[in-house]
Write a new protein. Structure first.
Length: 390
């Protein structure tokens, strides 16, 4: 049945690129490093890219192809490439598109490893990055120079859950002829599709909500086919491709993404509302709370608020550590997007190497706690957070 207007969930479940002669219902695993050819001409034509076929699993594989196709349909993209991790996706996407002397304008609130890439490694190749305050979007254009090539942002941000207007970024990128790249990891394509707002490329750490169960690593970039072709050529040479097994796991996980996100968001909103009333909490940030400073923007571009709640404990650094020590049910882990609720205290862990001033610039106070709300009975999660706060 041909239909180009299937719903999100149908596309996630029914996208199956090929079946073997056994006509299996569930997609098989293609655990092979390479593929064979019928004859010399078939081999020549395949390597000349006159045929669209699998050659070597570093280039493509039926399992990775299917995973990418699903993400493309979800994001409204036409091409993509899958990577061994989210950071492999970020690095390879940037490295494929940038030249020595190029400049990046990025939101200041980005994943710690992305920040390290921008400030510790790209300068070795004469690629510089300027950061804008996500809460001062009116300043973005002041950072753009004749050498600027990429405009990069996360929304919602990690870990402070700030929101930036994707439509505004799309308009700026168009005005200045920049490549707009959005890290959509926290929202997933179920809640937000940046391409609708002008993004050229969308990057994901599939390790997080796409897998959703803390099992495998993975990453993916989708978007403009001309840009993806450059990323593909770079990546098939350098080898950061996703393994067929992990692609198979992630493709199956996408089949339940929508239903999982519905419960994640429902639970997260209840947790945020509880925390907002707790006497030992200074403030709470969750995109679909009316108190969030970018609440209206979040409502415009997101279907729901996601599963990440950030809140500030009264008492600063020691209170944050004490809170972690008292947690009983929830997990202490640097991961997020799992079925299990996870709590992290960035100031004493993931961002502990930054000075207080550097942390405050990216909205990380000493008492900030990030909660990745899982799929447990939400009353049990709230009870654990409550006893730890008390």
């Amino acid at each position: 049945m041909e239909n180009n207007n299937f719903g999100f969930e149908t596309e996630a479940i029914r996208t199956q690129l090929e079946r073997t002669q056994y006509l299996e219902h569930s997609v098989p695993l293609y655990l092979t490093s390479s593929f064979v050819f019928e004859d010399a001409e078939d081999m020549r034509a395949s390597f000349a890219e006159e045929k669209d076929r699998n050659i070597y699993s570093r280039y493509s594989n039926p399992n990775t192809n299917e995973f990418v196709e699903k993400v493309c349909k979800m994001e409204g993209a036409t091409a993509g490439f899958a990577f061994a991790s989210g950071m492999a996706a970020v690095y390879s996407t940037m490295a494929a598109l940038l030249q020595s002397g190029d400049h990046i304008v990025s939101s200041s609130s980005v994943f710690g490893a992305t920040h390290s890439l921008f400030v510790n490694y790209f300068p070795k190749w004469n690629i510089q990055t300027s950061y804008f305050d996500i809460n001062k979007p009116e300043t973005i254009e002041s950072f753009i120079t004749p050498d600027t090539k990429i405009l990069f942002a996360e929304s919602p941000t990690n870990p402070a859950v700030d929101i930036i207007d994707l439509e505004l970024l799309g308009n700026i990128a168009k005005k200045h002829n920049l490549i707009l790249i959005i890290d959509n990891c926290f929202a997933t394509p179920y809640l937000q599709q940046p391409i609708k707002w002008g993004a050229h490329l969308v990057v994901h750490s599939a390790t997080k909500l796409m897998d959703g169960q803390g099992r495998v690593l993975g990453g993916v970039t989708v978007g403009d086919p001309e840009l993806i072709q450059k990323i593909y050529l770079f990546s098939r040479l350098t080898g950061p491709s996703l393994s067929p097994f992990n692609a198979w796991v992630l493709s199956k996980s996408l089949e339940t993404l929508a239903i999982r996100l519905d419960r994640h968001c429902e639970n997260a909103l209840k947790v945020a509302e509880f925390l907002e009333q707790h006497p030992n909490v200074n403030k709470v940030k969750y995109p679909f709370l009316r108190s969030h400073p970018q609440h209206e923007i979040a409502k415009k571009q997101m279907k729901a608020g996601g599963n990440i709640v950030a809140f500030e404990i009264k008492g600063g650094l020691e209170a944050g550590r004490n809170f972690l020590d008292k947690i009983k049910l929830c997990s202490l882990s640097p991961n997020l997007g799992d079925t299990r609720t996870i709590v992290t205290h960035p100031a004493s862990t993931t961002h502990s190497k930054l000075s207080v001033e550097e942390r405050l610039k990216v909205s990380i106070s000493d008492g900030l706690v990030r909660v990745s709300v899982g799929l447990e009975t939400v009353a049990d999660v709230i009870a654990d957070l409550n006893q730890a706060l008390d």
